[in-house]
Design a protein around this ligand. Structure first.
Ligand SMILES: Nc1nc2c(ncn2[C@@H]2O[C@H](COP(=O)(O)OP(=O)(O)O)[C@@H](O)[C@H]2O)c(=O)[nH]1
Ligand SMILES: [Mg+2]
Length: 468
Protein backbone atom coordinates (compact mmCIF):
# COMPACT_ATOMS: atom_id res chain seq x y z
CA UNK A 1 0.00 0.00 0.00
CA UNK A 2 1.23 3.47 -0.86
CA UNK A 3 0.13 6.63 0.80
CA UNK A 4 -0.48 9.69 -1.31
CA UNK A 5 -2.32 12.93 -0.68
CA UNK A 6 -3.29 11.64 2.74
CA UNK A 7 -5.49 8.84 1.44
CA UNK A 8 -4.43 5.24 1.04
CA UNK A 9 -4.31 3.69 -2.38
CA UNK A 10 -5.27 0.05 -2.15
CA UNK A 11 -5.77 -2.66 -4.74
CA UNK A 12 -9.35 -1.52 -5.17
CA UNK A 13 -8.92 2.25 -4.91
CA UNK A 14 -10.88 4.16 -7.49
CA UNK A 15 -9.19 6.84 -9.47
CA UNK A 16 -11.11 10.11 -9.71
CA UNK A 17 -10.72 11.88 -13.02
CA UNK A 18 -12.15 15.36 -13.58
CA UNK A 19 -12.85 16.38 -17.17
CA UNK A 20 -12.49 20.15 -17.30
CA UNK A 21 -12.15 22.94 -19.81
CA UNK A 22 -13.90 25.82 -21.42
CA UNK A 23 -17.49 25.41 -22.44
CA UNK A 24 -18.19 23.55 -25.71
CA UNK A 25 -14.73 22.04 -26.11
CA UNK A 26 -16.10 18.49 -26.04
CA UNK A 27 -15.91 17.40 -22.40
CA UNK A 28 -19.19 15.50 -22.47
CA UNK A 29 -18.22 14.17 -25.89
CA UNK A 30 -14.97 12.76 -24.56
CA UNK A 31 -16.77 10.90 -21.78
CA UNK A 32 -19.31 9.42 -24.21
CA UNK A 33 -16.53 8.21 -26.42
CA UNK A 34 -14.62 6.73 -23.49
CA UNK A 35 -17.77 4.99 -22.27
CA UNK A 36 -18.67 3.91 -25.82
CA UNK A 37 -22.14 5.05 -25.11
CA UNK A 38 -24.30 7.71 -26.73
CA UNK A 39 -26.42 7.84 -23.59
CA UNK A 40 -24.21 9.87 -21.26
CA UNK A 41 -25.08 13.52 -20.68
CA UNK A 42 -26.33 16.01 -23.23
CA UNK A 43 -24.19 17.19 -26.11
CA UNK A 44 -25.09 20.40 -27.84
CA UNK A 45 -23.37 23.03 -29.86
CA UNK A 46 -24.38 25.63 -27.30
CA UNK A 47 -22.84 26.99 -24.14
CA UNK A 48 -23.84 25.69 -20.74
CA UNK A 49 -25.38 22.33 -21.66
CA UNK A 50 -23.72 20.66 -18.69
CA UNK A 51 -24.78 22.57 -15.56
CA UNK A 52 -23.82 20.12 -12.79
CA UNK A 53 -21.01 17.70 -12.17
CA UNK A 54 -22.00 14.26 -13.49
CA UNK A 55 -20.28 11.00 -12.73
CA UNK A 56 -19.60 7.91 -14.83
CA UNK A 57 -17.61 4.82 -13.96
CA UNK A 58 -15.22 2.82 -16.13
CA UNK A 59 -14.56 -0.76 -15.06
CA UNK A 60 -12.40 -3.68 -16.00
CA UNK A 61 -15.13 -6.33 -16.05
CA UNK A 62 -16.75 -6.17 -12.62
CA UNK A 63 -13.91 -4.19 -11.13
CA UNK A 64 -14.53 -0.42 -11.18
CA UNK A 65 -11.25 1.36 -11.92
CA UNK A 66 -12.07 5.02 -12.33
CA UNK A 67 -14.74 7.63 -11.96
CA UNK A 68 -15.02 10.26 -14.66
CA UNK A 69 -16.52 13.59 -13.65
CA UNK A 70 -18.09 15.73 -16.33
CA UNK A 71 -18.02 19.36 -15.24
CA UNK A 72 -19.74 22.52 -16.45
CA UNK A 73 -17.55 24.74 -18.61
CA UNK A 74 -15.35 27.40 -17.05
CA UNK A 75 -17.23 30.26 -18.61
CA UNK A 76 -15.91 33.39 -16.97
CA UNK A 77 -12.25 32.63 -16.41
CA UNK A 78 -11.31 36.32 -16.23
CA UNK A 79 -13.66 37.03 -13.30
CA UNK A 80 -12.60 33.81 -11.65
CA UNK A 81 -8.93 34.64 -12.01
CA UNK A 82 -9.21 38.13 -10.54
CA UNK A 83 -11.33 36.80 -7.66
CA UNK A 84 -8.73 34.17 -6.81
CA UNK A 85 -5.97 36.72 -7.17
CA UNK A 86 -7.64 38.86 -4.52
CA UNK A 87 -7.94 35.87 -2.21
CA UNK A 88 -4.25 35.13 -2.65
CA UNK A 89 -3.27 38.69 -1.81
CA UNK A 90 -5.36 38.49 1.39
CA UNK A 91 -3.91 35.15 2.56
CA UNK A 92 -0.33 35.11 1.41
CA UNK A 93 0.62 32.21 3.68
CA UNK A 94 -1.84 29.73 2.20
CA UNK A 95 -0.86 27.25 -0.49
CA UNK A 96 -2.50 27.81 -3.89
CA UNK A 97 -4.70 24.72 -3.44
CA UNK A 98 -5.81 26.03 -0.05
CA UNK A 99 -6.83 29.29 -1.70
CA UNK A 100 -8.96 27.34 -4.16
CA UNK A 101 -10.48 25.45 -1.22
CA UNK A 102 -11.29 28.78 0.39
CA UNK A 103 -12.90 30.03 -2.81
CA UNK A 104 -15.08 26.92 -3.04
CA UNK A 105 -16.33 27.15 0.56
CA UNK A 106 -16.95 30.87 0.33
CA UNK A 107 -18.88 30.85 -2.92
CA UNK A 108 -22.59 30.82 -2.18
CA UNK A 109 -25.41 29.42 -4.29
CA UNK A 110 -26.49 32.15 -6.75
CA UNK A 111 -23.03 33.67 -6.76
CA UNK A 112 -22.09 34.64 -10.34
CA UNK A 113 -19.12 32.28 -9.98
CA UNK A 114 -21.21 29.39 -8.63
CA UNK A 115 -20.66 27.27 -11.73
CA UNK A 116 -16.90 27.85 -11.62
CA UNK A 117 -16.91 26.88 -7.93
CA UNK A 118 -18.54 23.55 -8.83
CA UNK A 119 -15.75 22.86 -11.28
CA UNK A 120 -13.02 23.79 -8.85
CA UNK A 121 -14.59 21.73 -6.06
CA UNK A 122 -14.51 18.70 -8.34
CA UNK A 123 -10.93 19.43 -9.39
CA UNK A 124 -9.81 19.48 -5.77
CA UNK A 125 -11.57 16.17 -5.10
CA UNK A 126 -9.99 14.45 -8.09
CA UNK A 127 -6.64 12.75 -8.61
CA UNK A 128 -6.05 13.98 -12.13
CA UNK A 129 -7.50 16.52 -14.56
CA UNK A 130 -8.19 16.05 -18.24
CA UNK A 131 -8.15 19.52 -19.75
CA UNK A 132 -10.07 19.46 -23.01
CA UNK A 133 -9.00 21.92 -25.69
CA UNK A 134 -10.76 22.86 -28.90
CA UNK A 135 -7.62 23.40 -30.99
CA UNK A 136 -9.53 25.47 -33.55
CA UNK A 137 -9.70 28.24 -30.99
CA UNK A 138 -6.80 30.72 -30.91
CA UNK A 139 -4.84 30.68 -27.65
CA UNK A 140 -6.71 33.58 -26.10
CA UNK A 141 -6.07 35.20 -22.75
CA UNK A 142 -9.10 33.45 -21.23
CA UNK A 143 -7.49 30.07 -21.91
CA UNK A 144 -4.18 31.15 -20.41
CA UNK A 145 -5.99 32.30 -17.28
CA UNK A 146 -7.82 28.99 -17.17
CA UNK A 147 -4.50 27.17 -17.30
CA UNK A 148 -3.13 29.34 -14.49
CA UNK A 149 -6.11 28.41 -12.32
CA UNK A 150 -5.82 24.71 -13.14
CA UNK A 151 -2.18 24.63 -12.13
CA UNK A 152 -3.05 26.16 -8.74
CA UNK A 153 -4.81 22.91 -7.86
CA UNK A 154 -1.42 21.13 -7.94
CA UNK A 155 -3.03 18.14 -9.64
CA UNK A 156 -1.50 16.32 -12.58
CA UNK A 157 -3.04 17.61 -15.80
CA UNK A 158 -3.36 15.94 -19.20
CA UNK A 159 -4.27 18.44 -21.92
CA UNK A 160 -6.45 16.66 -24.49
CA UNK A 161 -6.63 18.12 -27.98
CA UNK A 162 -10.05 17.82 -29.56
CA UNK A 163 -11.24 18.84 -33.06
CA UNK A 164 -7.82 18.02 -34.45
CA UNK A 165 -8.78 16.75 -37.91
CA UNK A 166 -7.24 19.17 -40.44
CA UNK A 167 -5.89 21.56 -37.78
CA UNK A 168 -2.19 20.76 -37.64
CA UNK A 169 -1.04 24.36 -37.37
CA UNK A 170 -3.43 25.17 -34.55
CA UNK A 171 -2.25 22.07 -32.78
CA UNK A 172 1.36 23.27 -32.95
CA UNK A 173 0.41 26.64 -31.48
CA UNK A 174 -1.38 24.98 -28.60
CA UNK A 175 1.55 22.68 -27.93
CA UNK A 176 3.90 25.67 -27.71
CA UNK A 177 1.57 27.48 -25.36
CA UNK A 178 1.16 24.48 -23.06
CA UNK A 179 4.91 24.00 -22.90
CA UNK A 180 5.03 27.45 -21.30
CA UNK A 181 2.97 25.91 -18.48
CA UNK A 182 5.28 22.87 -18.38
CA UNK A 183 2.56 20.68 -19.80
CA UNK A 184 4.16 18.24 -22.19
CA UNK A 185 2.20 15.05 -21.67
CA UNK A 186 -0.50 16.12 -24.09
CA UNK A 187 -2.82 13.86 -26.01
CA UNK A 188 -4.58 13.98 -29.36
CA UNK A 189 -7.97 12.45 -28.84
CA UNK A 190 -10.62 13.38 -31.34
CA UNK A 191 -13.93 12.44 -29.74
CA UNK A 192 -15.69 12.12 -33.07
CA UNK A 193 -12.97 10.38 -35.10
CA UNK A 194 -12.23 7.65 -32.60
CA UNK A 195 -9.10 5.53 -32.49
CA UNK A 196 -8.52 2.83 -29.93
CA UNK A 197 -4.83 3.72 -29.85
CA UNK A 198 -5.67 7.20 -28.61
CA UNK A 199 -7.84 5.73 -25.87
CA UNK A 200 -5.00 3.45 -24.84
CA UNK A 201 -2.51 6.31 -24.82
CA UNK A 202 -4.80 8.30 -22.57
CA UNK A 203 -4.67 5.58 -19.92
CA UNK A 204 -0.93 5.18 -20.43
CA UNK A 205 -0.43 8.90 -19.82
CA UNK A 206 -2.43 8.57 -16.62
CA UNK A 207 -0.16 5.69 -15.63
CA UNK A 208 2.93 7.85 -16.00
CA UNK A 209 1.47 10.72 -14.01
CA UNK A 210 -0.10 8.54 -11.33
CA UNK A 211 2.46 5.91 -10.47
CA UNK A 212 0.49 4.53 -7.47
CA UNK A 213 -2.36 3.57 -9.81
CA UNK A 214 -0.06 1.96 -12.36
CA UNK A 215 -1.25 -1.63 -12.00
CA UNK A 216 -4.92 -0.68 -11.63
CA UNK A 217 -4.68 1.24 -14.89
CA UNK A 218 -2.78 -1.60 -16.55
CA UNK A 219 -5.63 -3.92 -15.65
CA UNK A 220 -8.00 -1.48 -17.32
CA UNK A 221 -5.82 -1.13 -20.43
CA UNK A 222 -5.60 -4.92 -20.83
CA UNK A 223 -9.32 -5.28 -20.35
CA UNK A 224 -10.17 -2.53 -22.84
CA UNK A 225 -7.79 -4.03 -25.38
CA UNK A 226 -9.31 -7.50 -25.12
CA UNK A 227 -12.77 -6.01 -25.35
CA UNK A 228 -11.86 -3.91 -28.38
CA UNK A 229 -10.35 -6.84 -30.23
CA UNK A 230 -13.43 -8.89 -29.47
CA UNK A 231 -15.71 -6.17 -30.79
CA UNK A 232 -13.81 -5.91 -34.06
CA UNK A 233 -13.67 -9.68 -34.44
CA UNK A 234 -17.40 -10.04 -33.76
CA UNK A 235 -18.09 -7.42 -36.40
CA UNK A 236 -15.93 -9.18 -39.00
CA UNK A 237 -17.50 -12.53 -38.12
CA UNK A 238 -20.98 -11.15 -38.58
CA UNK A 239 -20.12 -9.77 -42.02
CA UNK A 240 -18.54 -13.07 -43.00
CA UNK A 241 -21.76 -14.80 -42.01
CA UNK A 242 -23.62 -12.48 -44.38
CA UNK A 243 -21.25 -13.13 -47.28
CA UNK A 244 -21.40 -16.90 -46.78
CA UNK A 245 -25.18 -16.77 -46.52
CA UNK A 246 -25.61 -14.88 -49.78
CA UNK A 247 -22.81 -16.56 -51.73
CA UNK A 248 -24.16 -20.03 -50.90
CA UNK A 249 -27.68 -19.06 -51.85
CA UNK A 250 -29.13 -20.28 -55.10
CA UNK A 251 -32.46 -21.24 -56.40
CA UNK A 252 -33.31 -23.62 -59.21
CA UNK A 253 -34.69 -21.89 -62.30
CA UNK A 254 -37.12 -24.67 -63.20
CA UNK A 255 -40.09 -25.21 -60.97
CA UNK A 256 -40.68 -28.71 -59.70
CA UNK A 257 -42.53 -31.12 -61.99
CA UNK A 258 -43.09 -28.32 -64.49
CA UNK A 259 -45.92 -26.89 -62.36
CA UNK A 260 -46.31 -23.15 -62.34
CA UNK A 261 -46.31 -21.98 -58.77
CA UNK A 262 -47.78 -18.59 -57.84
CA UNK A 263 -44.77 -16.93 -56.27
CA UNK A 264 -43.02 -13.62 -56.71
CA UNK A 265 -40.53 -13.77 -59.56
CA UNK A 266 -37.21 -15.25 -58.56
CA UNK A 267 -35.45 -11.89 -59.17
CA UNK A 268 -37.62 -10.12 -56.59
CA UNK A 269 -37.11 -12.87 -54.08
CA UNK A 270 -33.36 -12.56 -54.57
CA UNK A 271 -33.42 -8.77 -54.13
CA UNK A 272 -35.48 -9.06 -50.96
CA UNK A 273 -33.25 -11.79 -49.64
CA UNK A 274 -30.02 -9.84 -50.17
CA UNK A 275 -31.44 -6.58 -48.87
CA UNK A 276 -33.00 -8.00 -45.75
CA UNK A 277 -29.87 -10.05 -45.03
CA UNK A 278 -27.78 -6.88 -45.26
CA UNK A 279 -30.20 -5.00 -43.03
CA UNK A 280 -30.00 -7.74 -40.41
CA UNK A 281 -26.23 -7.61 -40.58
CA UNK A 282 -26.28 -3.82 -40.16
CA UNK A 283 -28.59 -4.12 -37.16
CA UNK A 284 -26.23 -6.63 -35.53
CA UNK A 285 -23.15 -4.50 -36.22
CA UNK A 286 -24.84 -1.51 -34.60
CA UNK A 287 -25.61 -3.62 -31.54
CA UNK A 288 -22.03 -4.91 -31.39
CA UNK A 289 -20.57 -1.39 -31.44
CA UNK A 290 -23.34 0.08 -29.30
CA UNK A 291 -24.75 2.48 -31.85
CA UNK A 292 -28.35 2.92 -32.91
CA UNK A 293 -30.21 2.87 -36.20
CA UNK A 294 -30.02 6.67 -36.38
CA UNK A 295 -26.21 6.48 -36.56
CA UNK A 296 -26.13 5.00 -40.06
CA UNK A 297 -27.78 5.83 -43.35
CA UNK A 298 -27.45 2.97 -45.78
CA UNK A 299 -28.57 3.07 -49.39
CA UNK A 300 -30.42 0.11 -50.82
CA UNK A 301 -27.89 -2.25 -52.26
CA UNK A 302 -28.14 -2.63 -56.04
CA UNK A 303 -28.75 -6.34 -56.57
CA UNK A 304 -28.25 -8.01 -59.91
CA UNK A 305 -29.08 -11.64 -60.34
CA UNK A 306 -26.66 -14.05 -61.84
CA UNK A 307 -26.82 -17.56 -63.16
CA UNK A 308 -24.87 -20.39 -61.82
CA UNK A 309 -24.32 -23.75 -63.45
CA UNK A 310 -22.36 -26.54 -61.97
CA UNK A 311 -19.41 -27.59 -64.06
CA UNK A 312 -18.25 -30.82 -62.56
CA UNK A 313 -15.01 -30.70 -64.47
CA UNK A 314 -14.12 -27.16 -63.49
CA UNK A 315 -10.77 -26.99 -61.74
CA UNK A 316 -11.13 -27.45 -58.05
CA UNK A 317 -14.67 -28.69 -58.11
CA UNK A 318 -13.86 -32.27 -57.22
CA UNK A 319 -11.81 -31.04 -54.34
CA UNK A 320 -14.53 -28.63 -53.33
CA UNK A 321 -16.82 -31.63 -53.06
CA UNK A 322 -14.32 -33.30 -50.83
CA UNK A 323 -13.18 -35.81 -53.41
CA UNK A 324 -9.74 -37.13 -54.04
CA UNK A 325 -9.19 -36.47 -57.72
CA UNK A 326 -6.67 -39.23 -58.25
CA UNK A 327 -8.71 -41.95 -56.75
CA UNK A 328 -11.95 -40.67 -58.24
CA UNK A 329 -10.61 -41.07 -61.74
CA UNK A 330 -9.17 -44.43 -60.92
CA UNK A 331 -12.23 -45.86 -59.34
CA UNK A 332 -14.63 -44.20 -61.75
CA UNK A 333 -14.87 -46.98 -64.27
CA UNK A 334 -15.34 -49.66 -61.67
CA UNK A 335 -18.27 -47.85 -60.10
CA UNK A 336 -20.06 -47.27 -63.39
CA UNK A 337 -22.98 -49.46 -62.44
CA UNK A 338 -23.66 -47.50 -59.28
CA UNK A 339 -23.79 -44.28 -61.21
CA UNK A 340 -26.18 -45.57 -63.78
CA UNK A 341 -28.45 -46.50 -60.94
CA UNK A 342 -28.19 -43.07 -59.43
CA UNK A 343 -28.61 -40.96 -62.50
CA UNK A 344 -31.11 -43.34 -64.05
CA UNK A 345 -32.78 -41.80 -67.04
CA UNK A 346 -29.77 -39.91 -68.27
CA UNK A 347 -27.94 -40.55 -71.45
CA UNK A 348 -25.15 -43.06 -71.30
CA UNK A 349 -22.66 -40.32 -72.21
CA UNK A 350 -23.67 -38.13 -69.33
CA UNK A 351 -23.64 -41.01 -66.96
CA UNK A 352 -20.19 -42.09 -67.95
CA UNK A 353 -18.93 -38.53 -67.76
CA UNK A 354 -20.02 -38.66 -64.18
CA UNK A 355 -18.05 -41.81 -63.77
CA UNK A 356 -15.06 -39.66 -62.91
CA UNK A 357 -16.85 -38.66 -59.77
CA UNK A 358 -17.51 -42.13 -58.62
CA UNK A 359 -14.53 -42.24 -56.33
CA UNK A 360 -16.70 -40.23 -54.01
CA UNK A 361 -18.76 -43.26 -53.19
CA UNK A 362 -22.37 -43.65 -52.36
CA UNK A 363 -22.61 -41.12 -49.53
CA UNK A 364 -21.40 -38.25 -51.68
CA UNK A 365 -23.87 -39.13 -54.39
CA UNK A 366 -26.62 -39.27 -51.84
CA UNK A 367 -25.69 -35.75 -50.86
CA UNK A 368 -25.01 -34.22 -54.24
CA UNK A 369 -26.81 -36.65 -56.55
CA UNK A 370 -29.77 -34.36 -57.22
CA UNK A 371 -27.52 -31.51 -58.07
CA UNK A 372 -25.42 -33.59 -60.42
CA UNK A 373 -28.52 -34.97 -62.09
CA UNK A 374 -29.86 -31.46 -62.51
CA UNK A 375 -26.55 -30.39 -63.95
CA UNK A 376 -26.53 -33.06 -66.55
CA UNK A 377 -30.04 -32.00 -67.48
CA UNK A 378 -28.73 -28.47 -67.95
CA UNK A 379 -30.46 -26.91 -64.97
CA UNK A 380 -29.36 -23.39 -64.16
CA UNK A 381 -29.61 -21.69 -60.81
CA UNK A 382 -30.42 -18.16 -59.87
CA UNK A 383 -28.07 -16.49 -57.46
CA UNK A 384 -26.72 -13.09 -56.52
CA UNK A 385 -24.12 -12.33 -59.15
CA UNK A 386 -20.48 -11.64 -58.40
CA UNK A 387 -20.85 -7.86 -58.67
CA UNK A 388 -23.58 -7.90 -56.05
CA UNK A 389 -21.46 -10.01 -53.74
CA UNK A 390 -18.49 -7.73 -54.20
CA UNK A 391 -20.55 -4.63 -53.49
CA UNK A 392 -21.98 -6.32 -50.43
CA UNK A 393 -18.53 -7.19 -49.15
CA UNK A 394 -17.05 -3.75 -49.88
CA UNK A 395 -19.95 -1.88 -48.30
CA UNK A 396 -19.80 -3.97 -45.18
CA UNK A 397 -16.06 -3.65 -44.90
CA UNK A 398 -16.40 0.10 -45.28
CA UNK A 399 -19.13 0.15 -42.64
CA UNK A 400 -17.07 -1.93 -40.22
CA UNK A 401 -14.13 0.42 -40.54
CA UNK A 402 -16.35 3.45 -40.03
CA UNK A 403 -17.91 1.95 -36.93
CA UNK A 404 -14.48 1.09 -35.56
CA UNK A 405 -13.53 4.76 -35.92
CA UNK A 406 -16.73 6.41 -34.86
CA UNK A 407 -16.71 8.12 -31.50
CA UNK A 408 -19.89 7.91 -29.49
CA UNK A 409 -19.99 11.69 -29.49
CA UNK A 410 -20.49 11.81 -33.26
CA UNK A 411 -23.73 13.49 -34.21
CA UNK A 412 -23.80 13.24 -38.00
CA UNK A 413 -25.10 9.97 -39.39
CA UNK A 414 -22.66 7.76 -41.19
CA UNK A 415 -23.34 7.25 -44.89
CA UNK A 416 -22.62 3.85 -46.31
CA UNK A 417 -22.52 4.01 -50.06
CA UNK A 418 -19.00 4.84 -51.13
CA UNK A 419 -16.61 1.91 -51.14
CA UNK A 420 -13.70 3.24 -53.21
CA UNK A 421 -11.17 2.89 -50.41
CA UNK A 422 -11.74 -0.82 -49.93
CA UNK A 423 -10.50 -3.72 -52.01
CA UNK A 424 -11.83 -7.22 -52.36
CA UNK A 425 -9.53 -9.93 -51.00
CA UNK A 426 -6.95 -11.30 -53.44
CA UNK A 427 -8.36 -14.81 -53.47
CA UNK A 428 -11.96 -13.65 -53.68
CA UNK A 429 -12.91 -15.63 -56.79
CA UNK A 430 -11.83 -19.08 -55.62
CA UNK A 431 -13.43 -18.40 -52.24
CA UNK A 432 -16.76 -17.43 -53.74
CA UNK A 433 -16.64 -20.29 -56.20
CA UNK A 434 -16.31 -22.79 -53.37
CA UNK A 435 -19.14 -21.12 -51.47
CA UNK A 436 -21.35 -21.30 -54.57
CA UNK A 437 -20.76 -25.00 -54.82
CA UNK A 438 -21.93 -25.56 -51.26
CA UNK A 439 -25.49 -24.36 -50.84
CA UNK A 440 -25.76 -26.66 -47.85
CA UNK A 441 -23.37 -24.41 -45.94
CA UNK A 442 -26.12 -21.85 -45.40
CA UNK A 443 -27.60 -24.23 -42.84
CA UNK A 444 -24.18 -25.35 -41.65
CA UNK A 445 -23.23 -21.74 -40.94
CA UNK A 446 -26.57 -21.06 -39.27
CA UNK A 447 -26.13 -24.08 -37.00
CA UNK A 448 -22.47 -23.20 -36.46
CA UNK A 449 -21.50 -26.78 -37.18
CA UNK A 450 -17.80 -27.27 -37.73
CA UNK A 451 -16.87 -27.69 -41.35
CA UNK A 452 -13.15 -27.43 -41.83
CA UNK A 453 -13.31 -26.07 -45.35
CA UNK A 454 -15.96 -23.49 -44.50
CA UNK A 455 -14.01 -22.44 -41.44
CA UNK A 456 -10.92 -21.87 -43.55
CA UNK A 457 -12.90 -19.63 -45.89
CA UNK A 458 -14.42 -17.75 -42.98
CA UNK A 459 -10.99 -17.15 -41.47
CA UNK A 460 -9.74 -15.72 -44.76
CA UNK A 461 -12.71 -13.39 -45.06
CA UNK A 462 -12.40 -12.27 -41.42
CA UNK A 463 -8.71 -11.50 -41.87
CA UNK A 464 -9.40 -9.58 -45.06
CA UNK A 465 -12.12 -7.55 -43.35
CA UNK A 466 -9.80 -6.63 -40.49
CA UNK A 467 -6.83 -6.04 -42.81
CA UNK A 468 -4.84 -8.62 -40.86
N1 LIG B 1 -16.41 17.71 -35.37
C1 LIG B 1 -16.28 17.49 -34.07
N2 LIG B 1 -17.24 17.93 -33.24
C2 LIG B 1 -17.12 17.72 -31.91
C3 LIG B 1 -16.01 17.03 -31.38
N3 LIG B 1 -16.15 16.98 -30.03
C4 LIG B 1 -17.29 17.62 -29.74
N4 LIG B 1 -17.90 18.07 -30.87
C5 LIG B 1 -19.13 18.88 -30.94
O1 LIG B 1 -18.93 20.05 -30.13
C6 LIG B 1 -20.12 20.43 -29.48
C7 LIG B 1 -19.89 20.54 -27.98
O2 LIG B 1 -19.60 19.30 -27.43
P1 LIG B 1 -19.87 18.96 -25.88
O3 LIG B 1 -19.35 17.61 -25.63
O4 LIG B 1 -21.30 19.22 -25.52
O5 LIG B 1 -18.93 20.04 -25.20
P2 LIG B 1 -18.82 20.41 -23.65
O6 LIG B 1 -19.61 21.67 -23.47
O7 LIG B 1 -17.36 20.66 -23.43
O8 LIG B 1 -19.33 19.26 -22.85
C8 LIG B 1 -21.15 19.40 -29.88
O9 LIG B 1 -21.92 19.93 -30.93
C9 LIG B 1 -20.33 18.21 -30.32
O10 LIG B 1 -21.02 17.45 -31.27
C10 LIG B 1 -14.99 16.57 -32.29
O11 LIG B 1 -14.00 15.96 -31.93
N5 LIG B 1 -15.18 16.84 -33.63
MG1 LIG C 1 -20.84 19.24 -21.53
Amino acid sequence: MITRNSHRITADSLLNVAVVGHTNTGKTSLIRTMLRSTEFGIIEDAAGTTRHVEQATISAGNDPILHLYDTPGLEDSRALFSHIKKLREKSKLLLPAQILEQFVTQTAVDDPLEQEAKVIRQMLRSDILLYIIDVREPVLEKYRLELEILTLSAKPIIPVFNFIAGHDQDLTKWREQLAVFHMHATLEFDTVAFSFDAEKRLYQKMQTLLEPYYSRLQKLIDHRETLWNQLCLSGAKRITELIVDIACYRESKTSHHGRIVMQPPVENRLHDLVRSAEQRCLRDLLIIFNFSATDVKIQNIPVSDGQWQLDIFAPGILKAYGLDVGSAAAKGAAAGVGIDLMVGGLSLGAASALGALAGAGWSTFKRYGDEIKATVRGTKWHCADDTTLQILYLRQKHLLKKLMHRGHAAQDPLHVDKTDEEKIPENWHPLISVLRQNPGWREVAAMRTDTVQLQAIETQLINALLDN
